[in-house]
Design a protein around this ligand. Structure first.
Ligand code: FAD
Ligand code: MLT
Ligand code: ZN
Length: 489
């Protein structure tokens, strides 16, 4: 959808349009490869369009600085000239926050991508914001450490991007949120000033913890250029099992059993419903599903520890119990690294599989565990009532409405796979989903943020006083509102 199809959004006249003088300035501080300009043949689609191909901006200029000093010069100039800017990492965000809405300049961190320092005693990594997550993890692997978060977009998303989003991912259950693992940040403020807070201390109670404001700020108050993060030792033994379960009650029971039996070695507990696996089967085509028969729910359990024999024995005891009492109906355990990757693939490929039919409406919510799956049921009922749900009818706009997510964190993903984006489907789901979540005291964004998609719905999860304080902070850091305009604040 382009900005014009959202009548509620108007280009703000307070922002200047790009002029030849502005280009002269950018050319004076950046070299050729650091500037990408739209031409008759090049519409900068890679930077204007988001991963879901749902949001499309019209930026005519992408700047790709290689140094913090350049980021600072760019922002100072844009602030003085009132040129709007969208910070962009790997552009894998799922709420339309990483792409421009109109002609904002894209400030891409792709070329600010060096590892700065690693201390093998403390496990503290310092790197530029533009380092790709998978590259950071591979670097750490060489030193016997692991990046304390993982997610399906690891091959594209940036360390700075996940910090700006406060992404959760697949192992939050084990390593906690970035609010805990990030020790320091370097941030360029909209006026060009560099806030150097690249702390490498685990404990520091000298006043406000300023970095926390930028974790999850979604590029609205500063551009993250450097990250200091505490990384744990890489586990020597990893097991993955993929289980079939008969009901959502069963999933909760397995979760309790897993916590009790696997305790300190449990590193991921993910669930998927049957419809999500059907979409994945269509997408992965020739790959055989890990379980021969179909089950209403599937659970992926990962353990990570330091002693394979010990972990194997624990996993075996847990599985025996869960199968004996009938909670787990069938299951497999990966026997080698390839099988392990293959089992994860059935979980990690759901986002791509949901998107493959044309588009996807995504709802990433926190709910009390007992109510987690009820949203998927309610959404299916509503779409069926409105005559929109396809399941086996190819003439309907919705292909399937599926549920999966990070049970261990109380985080559900409802994905409504569609043949194409349409106002009719969107209206059936919004604000319905947000009202449902709010009625259960949940959060309308567990980990993806608010971005553009949920900009009008913050009130479902934050009260008036909280929203007013967010606005005050935005005004304090970014009085000209040049950073990521038209988004949630
Ligand atoms: P972008 O998409 O480029 O940007 C995201 C937001 O951060 C934007 O608002 C942007 O303006 C801002 N931003 C980016 N870089 C900076 C910076 N250096 N300084 C200031 N602001 C910046 N998320 C989860 O939480 N858990 C998951 O399990 C998960 N899995 C995913 C799987 C797939 C296949 C995909 C496509 C996405 C997934 N995500 C997940 C979404 C997640 O938000 C992103 O992958 C990641 O957090 C964004 O990183 P990025 O570098 O691509 O940032
Ligand atoms: C996931 O858990 O797979 C991600 O948050 C991405 C998504 O839901 O699309
Ligand atoms: Zn997720």
């Amino acid at each position: 959808l382009t900005a014009e199809s959202y009548p509620s959004v108007q280009r703000l006249t307070q922002f200047k349009k790009l002029s030849p003088e502005d280009m002269t300035f950018f050319q004076s501080i950046l070299s050729g490869s650091e500037i990408l300009q739209a031409t008759a043949d090049e519409d900068l689609a890679l930077f204007n369009e988001d991963w879901m191909r749902k949001y499309k901006g019209q930026s005519k200029l992408v700047l790709r600085p290689k140094s913090v000093e350049q980021v600072s010069q760019i922002l100072k100039y844009c602030n003085d000239q009132k040129l709007a800017v969208v910070p962009q990492g790997g552009n894998t965000g799922l709420v339309g926050g990483s792409v421009p809405v109109f002609d904002e300049i894209v400030l891409s961190l792709t070329q600010l991508n060096k590892i700065r320092d690693f201390d093998p005693v403390s496990g503290i990594l310092k790197c530029d914001a533009g380092v790709i997550l998978e590259n950071a993890d591979s670097y750490l692997a060489e030193h016997g450490y692991i990046f304390p978060m993982d997610l399906g977009a690891k091959g594209s998303c940036h360390v700075g991007g996940i910090v700006a989003t406060n992404a959760g991912g697949l192992r939050l259950l084990r390593y906690g949120s970035l609010h805990g693992t990030v020790l320091g940040l370097e941030v360029v403020l909209p006026n060009g000033k560099v806030l150097n807070s690249m702390n490498a201390l685990r404990k520091d109670n000298t006043g406000y913890d300023l970095k926390q404001m930028f974790i999850g700020s979604e590029g609205t108050i500063g551009v993250v250029t450097g990250v200091s993060i505490l990384t744990p030792p890489r586990p020597k033994a990893v097991n993955v099992s993929f289980l079939g379960v008969g009901s959502y009650e069963g999933v909760q029971k397995v979760f309790v059993q897993a916590k009790q039996e696997l305790s300190e070695i449990l590193s991921a507990f993910e669930f998927m419903d049957l419809k999500s696996q059907k979409l994945a089967k269509q997408h992965l085509k020739d790959v055989a599903h890990p379980l021969e028969d179909e089950y209403p729910f599937y659970v992926l359990i990962e353990t990570s520890g330091s002693n394979k024999e010990h972990d194997d024995a624990k996993l075996e005891a847990f599985l025996e119990k869960a199968m004996d009492d009938g909670t787990v109906l069938d299951g497999v355990v990966a026997q080698d690294e390839t099988e392990l990757r293959n089992l994860w693939e059935w979980r990690e490929s759901i986002p791509e599989s949901s998107q493959a039919g044309g588009g996807v409406y995504k709802y990433d919510v926190s709910l009390p565990l007992k109510d987690l799956y009820s949203l998927v049921e309610a959404a299916n009922e509503r779409l069926a009532e409105k005559g929109l749900l396809g399941d086996s009818d190819a003439t309907k706009p919705v292909i399937s409405a599926v549920g999966y997510g990070h049970v261990g964190d109380g985080n559900l993903h409802l994905n409504v796979a569609v043949r194409e984006y349409s106002k009719e489907v969107e209206k059936a789901l919004e604000p319905f989903v947000y009202e449902f979540v709010s009625s259960k005291n949940g959060s309308i964004s567990a980990e993806h943020g608010l971005g553009f998609q949920k900009k009008n719905y913050i009130g479902y999860s934050k009260n008036e006083q909280e929203v007013a304080m967010i606005k005050q902070l935005k005004n304090l850091y970014d009085p000209n509102a040049i950073l990521n305009p038209y988004k949630y604040v």
